[in-house]
Design a protein around this ligand. Structure first.
Ligand code: GLU
Length: 428
């Protein structure tokens, strides 16, 4: 049993470095695929890492310097693609890991993109709307050397949203002298955004959760679900899983979580959250609990929809869920992955589970380039097809290599990128 693995007092250990995690995952896949050493060396590093320190005028008239990053891991299969996050814990290594995961995510779903990510070290809750706009516009201008519809296309991520994308689109367009909607995705509909984009990541999470249950022979109405994180991804996942008949028993946000073993009334909870800005205090909850305690609840399915490093050597053996659907990027360390694998906990990996967002980002970019817009029904149907096909291909490879879904997904993705790299050859 997994208890034998729990000998290290990891509670005091530093959190895993996400870039080390990403590289360890890649190395494992490279070995399974027997990639040659040259190809390994190319793909296990990011291609470009760009750091900017830039001034922003604050409301009190002072100037503050912020640090931000845009990293492109790979450009082989098309323009780089990936979100921008605002968070106090943003670091270059985190953004490098996230950019690498974007490459694999786009390859798993077979989108014609490479991978990128951006971030600014800041606490957006401490900035006024004006300061946030000033910071976003100046950051957009600083990274405009890299971004554009043919080179690198940002999107929302943690603590950024449609408004952030509108400011970036406007800044780049003003510098060009004409509107360039395809510069970013996740924009408001009024300036070239796509139907279905705000709900896309959550919708993809629903599709893969249903797929996993179907393959495991589980009836949604008999599955309890705990969701960590109630931002764009967590809240939409809760709403759509509830609508499919799953019993959502616990959710949390940055302030903490709520639990009712008989199930939460998710539509009422969404209203409560919109009114109060938090899930805490919801009248339908029986208990309030911490984010860490939520992960250890006796539930069938866990959906981490917040940040990296939620499952580690420290807590993996205590997780009671039988299925983990990674709506967040990088929530599971390689050590926790091993423990889950030994204990038979099925993990639908981030690069598959949360690919719905970038998939509809791709639809948005295509619509912008053609100035021809689709209906939501068509978008959702295409999204579902792409996610189900990717799941099938990942599952086939996992079975072929007798490995986890994560390694199945990596084998699919890394092989696609390696094949593209090989056929293009090395310049000059
Ligand atoms: N930030 C999202 C992700 O991690 C979406 C990226 C995109 O749409 O480009 O997948």
């Amino acid at each position: 049993m997994a208890n034998s693995v729990m000998t290290t007092p990891a509670a005091t250990a530093a959190p895993a470095n996400p870039y080390t995690t990403a590289q360890r995952q890649f190395d494992q896949a490279a070995s399974l695929l027997e990639l040659d050493p040259g190809m390994r060396a190319v793909l296990r590093q990011v291609r470009r890492e760009f750091t900017v320190n830039f001034p922003v005028r604050m409301d009190d008239g002072t100037i503050r310097v912020f640090t931000g990053y845009r990293v492109q891991h790979n450009l082989t299969r098309g323009p780089a693609k990936g979100g921008i996050r605002y968070h106090p814990q943003v670091s270059l290594d985190e953004v490098k890991a996230l950019s690498m995961w974007m490459t694999w995510k786009c390859a798993v779903t077979n989108l014609p993109y490479g991978g990128a990510k951006g971030g600014v070290i800041c606490d957006p809750s401490q900035l006024s709307q004006q300061e946030l706009e000033n910071m976003t516009r100046r950051f957009a201008s600083e990274i405009s050397l890299l971004i554009g519809p043919e080179s690198d296309i940002p999107a929302p991520d943690v603590n950024t949203n449609q408004q952030t994308m509108a400011w970036i689109m406007d800044t780049i367009s003003m510098e060009k002298g004409y509107s360039v909607p395809a510069t970013v995705t996740g924009k408001p509909l009024s300036i070239g955004g796509s139907e279905g984009r705000p709900a896309a990541t959550g919708r993809g999470v629903k599709v893969v959760t249903l797929e996993a249950c179907r393959r495991l022979g589980w009836d949604p109405s008999e599955c309890s679900v705990a969701i960590q994180g109630f931002g764009n991804v967590g809240s939409v996942s809760a709403e759509l899983l509830h609508a499919e008949g799953f019993k959502v028993v616990a959710v949390s946000d940055v302030f903490g979580g709520i639990y009712n073993r008989d199930g939460l009334d998710v539509p009422a909870l969404l209203q409560h959250q919109a009114q109060h800005g938090r899930v805490g205090g919801f009248p339908g909850a029986r208990e309030e609990l911490s984010n860490a305690a939520l992960l250890e609840l006796p539930v069938t399915i866990l959906v981490p929809a917040a940040l990296e490093n939620q499952f580690s050597l420290e807590n993996a053996a205590r997780i009671q869920a039988k299925l983990v659907v990674e709506a967040a990027n990088g929530p599971t360390t390689p050590e926790a992955d091993d423990i889950f694998h030994q204990r038979g906990v099925v993990v639908v990996p981030d690069i598959l589970a949360n690919a719905g967002g970038v998939t509809v980002s791709y639809f948005e970019w295509v619509q912008d380039l053609q100035s021809f817009f689709w209906e939501e029904k068509e978008i959702n149907a295409r999204l579902t097809r792409i996610m189900e096909r990717a799941y099938q291909q990942v599952d086939d490879l996992a079975k072929e290599h007798r490995t986890t879904l994560r390694m199945g997904a990596y084998c699919l993705a890394v092989k696609r990128v390696a094949d593209a790299t090989a056929v293009r050859g090395i310049y000059p």
